[in-house]
Design a protein around this ligand. Structure first.
Ligand SMILES: Cc1ncc(COP(=O)(O)O)c(C=O)c1O
Length: 380
């Protein structure tokens, strides 16, 4: 079966957060992290069949889905989990918040890399908590955070290390030795680790592989909460079927207890979509990865040819982190918005001289956006 990712989908009338923001304006929305691609046909037909049944009462995670997750993690990531380690969630951001509330008291701090997807910081601040942000560095053209650099800033009240792999923003896919260094740091300071791996299936660079932090060894497993979901992989974010995978029994029970009565059930359609995607979505995913590689290569060439902009090679995700500092703009986000391209403001991620671009769209739309960006810079 072939899949046509160039197929134009008009989302302007679909209650889309991404497209609604600039409704009635000539702005190409390349910000919030969903794609403009239709989900795999197997997902759409499974949803249609379930909707046709017409009853939508409470549901639970189907055993078939649990088996698919267990097999998928073993086959793709060489990580053997037990079914009971999975806590189902209606989204990953609530998982970030639950991790912070499970692993820290209001007097204890989290440690996280910077820049970072903003809900991490919001979660780390919940109920008056504080966090320590450790800057990522450009090391051989990859954004990497070395947590050793923050040792002298530790107060002794740190309890949680928050990781994002593949990295949003920037798309770094951490190597085994980098993950091992993160584990060494966590061991030295006796930290829990919350590893957000929502983008794990979106590896673009041939030769790069996703390694779950918890799969490093038993110690990593016992101190970790791993967050995963089919939502970015198969463009299901608006449905919300996500998982926290927690091997440590005490930690998992505390996490589940923290969620009780506050975090709602996963909706029944989300379970249907996730099951179909994991069961039958792999050829679609391979085709999507090929298409995203094309978008990434196009954006890399075009953006690095624009005066004052730098985009490092993206190993994973469809979210590029553009350094506009050499362009000396007051606000790169506002500059490109005025040119008709709606990017994410780097300020929200921790650096106002950057913008984040979402490459998950039809190539013709991406080309149009890149043309607008180049023309605006040339006209200054
Ligand atoms: C790293 C990361 N975590 C979590 C999320 C959001 O997860 P959810 O929509 O399931 O809450 C995103 C979405 O962009 C993300 O990039």
């Amino acid at each position: 079966m072939t899949f046509n990712f160039d197929h134009w989908v008009d989302r302007s009338h679909t209650d889309s957060v991404k497209w609604h923001k600039y409704r009635d304006k000539d702005v190409i929305p390349l910000w919030v992290a969903d794609t403009d691609f239709t989900s795999p046909p197997c997902v759409i037909s499974a949803l249609q069949a379930r909707v046709a049944e017409g009853v939508f009462g409470y549901g639970f995670a189907p055993p078939a889905l649990i088996s698919l997750v267990v097999a998928r993690l073993r086959e793709r990531y060489d990580w053997t989990i037990k079914p009971e380690w999975i806590v189902w969630l209606p989204g990953l951001v609530c998982g970030l918040n639950l991790a912070v509330r499970t692993c820290t008291t209001p007097e204890e701090r989290s440690i996280l890399p910077s820049p970072l997807y903003p809900p991490f910081m919001q979660a780390a601040l919940s109920e008056g908590r504080r966090y320590l942000a450790v800057p990522a560095q450009n090391v051989d053209n990859r954004w990497v955070t070395d947590f050793k650099t923050c040792e002298s800033s530790l107060e002794g009240n740190e309890k949680l290390l928050m990781l994002c792999n593949p990295y949003n923003p920037g798309g770094t896919v951490y190597r085994r030795e980098e993950l091992q260094a993160q584990l060494d740091f966590a061991q030295r300071h006796d930290l829990f680790v919350c590893s957000d791996e929502i983008h794990c299936d979106l590896i673009l660079e041939p030769g790069c592989e996703h390694i779950p932090f918890a799969s490093l060894n038993e110690d990593a497993a016992q101190r970790s909460i791993t967050l995963m979901s089919p939502s970015k992989t198969f463009n299901l974010a608006g449905l919300g079927a996500s998982m926290a995978i927690i091997p440590n029994d005490r930690l998992r029970h505390k996490f589940a207890h923290t969620a009780r009565g506050i975090v709602p059930h996963v909706n029944v359609l989300a379970y249907v979509a996730a099951t179909a995607a994991y069961a039958e979505g792999d050829s679609w995913l391979q085709a999507q990865l090929e298409y995203l590689r094309g978008n990434r290569d196009l954006a890399f060439a075009r953006i690095n040819a624009m005066p004052g902009l730098t985009l490092l090679p993206m190993e994973g995700t469809y979210l590029g982190w553009i350094d506009a500092s050499a362009a000396e703009l007051d606000s790169p986000y506002r500059f490109f918005l005025a040119a008709g391209v709606g990017l994410s403001d780097g300020r929200d991620f921790g650096n106002p001289q950057f913008v984040r671009i979402n490459l998950g769209c039809q190539r013709a739309l991406l080309e149009k956006a890149l043309d607008r960006m180049a023309a605006a810079l040339a006209a200054r």
